[in-house]
Design a protein around this ligand. Structure first.
Ligand code: BDR
Ligand code: CA
Length: 317
């Protein structure tokens, strides 16, 4: 699978890059950063740092600095001031590629029609901008996998919204309504199942080597945040799970439905809006933010043991 990665590293984004680097069937063709966990320029430098650690050097471009229609809001309180739990270290060796992340998506999709999979692990600003630049983008990509949203479960950054959709609701709504024929949403419905506890984290801390050492440092920081929140040593592997489901769709079960995103709610801005009623929409009121949209494949039940084994093994190498 040839992948364009859109990301806001970010601890779990960094772990997703490390996971992908260890998969023989995955090739990261290009990377774009986006505002989200940290500002986009820092996210791009962090992507270079992690790629260097795992011996990859795809082009990395800086993406959107701000959401489409709201002020920038970042999440250093989760990921640390440097986005990598205080372990970013010296400046990366690689340098950034010219142009914007959205332009890079469009250029690569036009040059390789039907071949590339877009994996979006941050707010969807770059992807939305790419759709605006190239309205045929849905037909030029092979598939799109998005980590974001909470369809049937509570949010994380608010009671209703996951952080990626909350950080740019307009972009999320635009992408969900853009007509991608194959869009898989790996939201909190799936990723909250990928919460690792003390046993898994302790076993990982027994591993050594450059990848495991770095992952353990990141997870120490990330785990502390989760421990404060949940009162136990744990953390959730959102972005690595999205990467794993992209490579092996059988890791999850799915429900397919059109989706929108709440843009005006007093308390619910950034919430995924869906019609979960099990009634015929012909027979009843069909008001639904997703009406008329191409259905989205929403990941639900996850094969957690298989995923966690894969994640663990990817950090051994
Ligand atoms: C998502 O938000 C970010 O904090 C994580 O990197 C992940 O992509 C989870 O809601
Ligand atoms: Ca992310």
């Amino acid at each position: 699978m040839r992948i364009i990665l859109d990301t806001d590293p970010g601890v779990d984004d960094a772990l997703a890059i490390m996971y992908l680097a260890a998969q023989e069937d995955a090739e990261i063709v290009a990377v774009g950063s986006v505002h989200g966990n940290v500002p986009a320029p820092l996210g791009a430098l962090n992507a270079l740092r992690v790629l260097d650690l795992v011996g990859l050097d795809p082009p990395v471009t800086v993406g959107a600095a701000k959401p489409l229609a709201q002020p920038l809001q970042t999440a250093e309180f989760v990921h640390g001031d440097d986005g990598l739990g205080g372990h970013a270290g010296p400046p990366p060796r690689g340098s950034l590629a010219p142009g914007s992340a959205a332009e890079q998506i469009v250029r690569l999709a036009r040059a390789n029609p039907g071949e590339l999979t877009l994996l979006a692990l941050g707010p969807l600003t770059n992807v939305a901008l790419a759709v605006l630049l190239e309205p045929d983008l849905p037909d030029l990509l092979r598939s799109v996998v998005v980590m974001g949203g909470a369809v049937t479960v509570p949010g994380n950054i608010t009671p209703y919204a996951d952080a990626n959709f909350y950080h740019d609701p307009e972009a999320a709504d635009l992408v969900l309504g853009a007509g991608f024929p194959e869009l898989v949403l790996v939201g909190l419905d799936a990723t909250e199942q990928a919460r690792v506890g003390a046993d898994w984290l302790n076993a990982l801390s027994e591993l050594s080597g450059p990848r495991a050492d770095f992952a353990n440092k990141l997870l120490d920081h990330y785990g502390q945040f989760y421990s404060t929140m949940f009162g136990e040593h744990s953390c959730t592997l959102h972005d690595p799970l999205a990467a794993a489901i992209m490579l092996d769709s059988k890791l999850a079960g799915y429900r397919t439905m059109p989706l929108g995103v709440e843009l005006t709610g007093t308390h619910t801005r950034g919430q995924v809006v869906s019609d979960l009623r099990s009634i015929s929409s012909d027979a009843y009121i069909s008001t639904n933010a997703g009406a008329g949209r191409v259905p989205i494949k929403v990941a639900e039940k996850v094969d957690v043991p298989t995923f966690l084994d894969q994640m663990f093994n990817s950090l051994k190498s």
